[in-house]
Design a protein around this ligand. Sequence first.
Ligand code: EPU
Length: 420
Amino acid sequence: MDSLLIRGGVPLHGEVTISGAKNAVLPIMAATLLTPEPCVIRRVPELSDVKFMARILTSLGAKVEMEDGTVTVQARKLKPVGNYDLIRKMRGSICILGPLLARQRQAKVSLPGGCVIGTRPIDLHLKGMRDLGAKLTIENGYVHAEAPRLIGADIFLGGRAGPTVLGTANVMMAAVLAEGVTTIESAACEPEVVDLAFFLNKMGARIVGAGGPTITINGVKELHGAKHEVIPDRIEAATFAIAAVVTNGEIQINGARPDHLHAVLDKLREAGVKVERKGLTMTVSRGKQLKPVDITTLPYAGFPTDAQAQMMVLMALTPGLGIITERIFESRFMHVSELARLGADIGIEGPSAIVKGGRKLSGAPVMASDLRASAALVLAGMAAEGKTQVNRIYHLDRGYEKIDDKLRRLGARIERVEEE
Ligand code: EPU
């Protein structure tokens, strides 16, 4: 398994360009199943999750071409069954359920299990499909869905932890071809949901309200091909912003959407970080003095859970007490014990991590447990003195396009150690 070897203590300087958003492109790729016509998606990041989704679409009979950040998909005819082993392996593949049901009126998708960050149920996805008239059964680990007709309905998608991002995407994709009007209440407001709605509307769907808690969808008979450029990855931008601060450097982040990052930028400023915005560019550097802040992760426009682990590294380096409360996923603190190996002093009390910041970090071998935990360990390794080896970096390759190359260009001493 590949690992990253980091020699810490080098301030990062220079410019970095943000890639397309992983969490926008996956549902958009799934949405291409809704039409037999070709769809062209641009600014697609080269990630293992994207390649995985391409393989899933291919296994369902779609023709997929990927070249230089552009993916073309044509799902002229869909096979009744795909490669279920493939579908089972990636949680994000649950978002093919809505498009398959809408286009074929039936679908078989494996029930995704939990993962290290939490149990990750899909009850709300299933509730939405049932409300549209689908009959669902769960057998042998698969969701079997059938709907001779899909009929628009009022659907409430608020759950225990608030709205669901992929659940909103899934129900929206099923409802675009349903008869009549669907209203989703307590819809997720994430920019990735808005980007999907934008793409679906380009395909001929009639969706209004995406980005707010009520989304209204007027069903149409069919959709056509469309071209689309995916939004920049707000979590990648947040990760580089924090990288600038924890290494005591200064990074110009190009091609980002600072308007998708209000909560993160607000917390960074509160922590004493200098952030200058100019159009789609942000320049981030450590200010005069860092201060600890308290953070609670929330659905958009609150502080994103996907930037929690990275922010914890900043708090670990900031003198004083910072409290980080995770409200979206029940066990998203796997990075805490690994950060402790580098010398961080962090305790967990229920959903909160109590960070006693200001300790010097020193390099050590650490193990990545999920995508964002991996990013946090890379940041911590760059801030630590000495050598840090981050193992199991396949997690990182799922969601950060060429992160080691990008960091190296900013001056980081980071190399990929490939294991045969
Ligand atoms: N939930 C339910 N029932 C459901 C669905 C979700 O109770 O049917 C709960 C979840 O257990 C969780 C909360 O609702 O407590 C929010 O989960 P959500 O459904 O919004 O998460 P998701 O759609 O499965 C996406 C991203 C995650 C990101 C979350 C939250 C993709 C592919 N994944 O997951 O991204 O953390 O939204 O913003 O879009 C990542 O990129 O590292 C990542 C994990």
